[in-house]
Design a protein around this ligand. Structure first.
Ligand SMILES: NC(=O)c1ccc[n+]([C@@H]2O[C@H](COP(=O)([O-])OP(=O)(O)OC[C@H]3O[C@@H](n4cnc5c(N)ncnc54)[C@H](OP(=O)(O)O)[C@@H]3O)[C@@H](O)[C@H]2O)c1
Length: 261
């Protein structure tokens, strides 16, 4: 889809990939609505977006609160009457061990990665079904959603759940004739953000957040269903899914896993 002069919601835009994507999209005269909890960070992003020639509104709040998410979407519809693009990016992936982690810690990770997505997806889809113009919901997933990965059991489970949810939504949109709504799942490999810099995880073929934003914009322009990047990590995942037996995948993954996490 065209990415110029659009009304765009980006959740989790106060830092990392969400911030870099918001800044990259701000060069195309868009109206960008950014959401996160840290007000000072959002103010900083909003200022740069405006300097780059786009309009920006920010909403500060916790996306685990469904009412807050509904209010954001309602407010955007009141102001602009349309949502062209939503990039639902909120997520966390702290190191976690399925043999030791508490239920509270596991549920928290899954709620941040799943519930925050659903809290925005539902009202945005409700709105987009009323629109006639081309629009898109994109979810920031991960290449990690295709396998279980040590240190990331809760994270990969939540991302895998959203991947299947989005795949289903795409089928249902086709089935019920909503040809104008695109569903895109974005699968970055390793991206250098503050959130992951010191997490102790290996990060082969890691790319910068600016480079990730470039891939994200290209994927949106091309209406990709699954936007996977960078190439080398994607190739590895594709080959493994198609050709490698589970025992070999386990050997490769464990060879990269710290022994003491
Ligand atoms: N970095 C990677 O290597 C990588 C790879 C694949 C996929 N991803 C995915 O990319 C997305 C962004 O990750 P990142 O590395 O850029 O991390 P990040 O900088 O920590 O970004 C996460 C964003 O989500 C917001 N957020 C977290 N919890 C929230 C909540 N309860 N309510 C509202 N906002 C909340 C954070 O803002 P506040 O703290 O201000 O609320 C922040 O803006 C995640 O979904 C992640 O799974 C990252």
């Amino acid at each position: 889809m065209n990415i110029r002069n659009k009304v765009i919601i980006i959740t989790g835009a106060s830092s990392g990939i969400g911030r870099a994507t918001a800044l990259a999209l701000s060069k195309y005269k868009n109206t960008i609505i950014i959401v996160a909890r840290r007000k000072d960070k959002l103010e900083d992003v909003a200022e740069i977006i405006r300097d780059n020639g786009s309009i920006c509104h920010y909403f500060t709040g916790d996306a685990l609160d469904e009412n807050f998410c509904n209010e954001v979407v309602d407010e955007v519809i009141k102001m602009y009457g349309v949502i062209d693009l939503a990039i639902l990016n909120i997520g966390i992936g702290p190191p976690s061990n399925t043999l030791q982690a508490s239920a509270i810690k596991i549920k928290h990770c899954m709620q941040i990665n799943f519930d925050t997505f659903i809290h925005f997806y539902v009202p945005i889809m409700h709105q987009m079904k009323k629109q006639r113009t081309e629009c898109m919901i994109a979810h920031m997933n991960s290449l990690a959603s295709f396998f279980g990965i040590p240190m990331q059991g809760d994270y990969t489970a939540a991302k895998g759940a959203v991947r299947l949810f989005m795949q289903t939504a795409r089928m249902e949109l086709k089935h019920f004739g909503f040809k104008n709504i695109h569903i895109q799942t974005i699968h970055p490999g390793f991206v250098d953000t503050e959130a992951v810099r010191d997490d102790g995880m290996p990060a082969p073929y890691e790319i910068s957040k600016e480079k990730a934003a470039g891939y994200i914009i290209e994927g949106i322009k091309k209406n990709k269903k699954e936007n996977m990047f960078p190439f080398k990590t994607t190739l590895g995942i594709r080959l493994a899914r198609r050709w490698l037996p589970e025992w070999l995948i386990t050997c490769v993954v464990l060879s990269q896993t710290p022994s003491d996490y």
